[in-house]
Design a binder for this molecule. Structure first.
Ligand SMILES: [Zn+2]
Ligand SMILES: [Zn+2]
Length: 141
């Protein structure tokens, strides 16, 4: 039996699935880009291999300079604007799924917090998981 993780946007036009039931990482990102893009103090994202991921529906792509260096492409539903996933240039072959778009958001729980230096003072974090000042992907950063 193959387990499939599914999710989609608010209006239901965009649907995706991944066969990756053990994400490569699950991290709460507190960077300014995520704050601006989401309107929230942080964004919960999980990394899955691109090969495990498929998406249907009409998406808008917004390209910006990622906090970890390189460009980041953020994909949102063209109708309801829900942010669904991103593809970072620095991690080719990987898709960052915005965890709250999952049909079952309880599937997600963070392994770490990153860009905690950019977190707002009233942000709430789990003190039991590792903290990274900036990106957990950039070496020597
Ligand atoms: Zn939508
Ligand atoms: Zn971020």
């Amino acid at each position: 039996m193959t387990e499939i993780i599914e999710g989609g946007c608010l209006c239901g036009q965009v649907r995706y699935q991944t066969s990756c039931t053990k994400p490569l990482f699950k991290v709460n990102c507190h960077c300014r880009d995520c704050q601006k893009l989401s309107g929230s103090p942080y964004v919960a994202v999980m990394g899955v291999p691109e090969t495990s991921f498929s998406v249907t529906g009409d998406l808008n792509c917004f390209e910006h300079q990622g906090g970890s260096g390189g460009t980041m492409k953020s994909y949102c539903c063209s109708k309801c604007n829900s942010r669904i996933y991103g593809t970072p240039e620095i991690a080719k072959g990987m898709v960052l799924i915005v965890a709250m778009s999952l049909d079952n958001p309880e599937f997600y729980s963070a392994d770490a917090d990153m860009f905690v230096k950019q977190a707002v003072s009233w942000d709430m974090m789990n003190s039991d998981i590792p903290k990274f000042d900036s990106s957990m992907f950039r070496r020597g950063g």
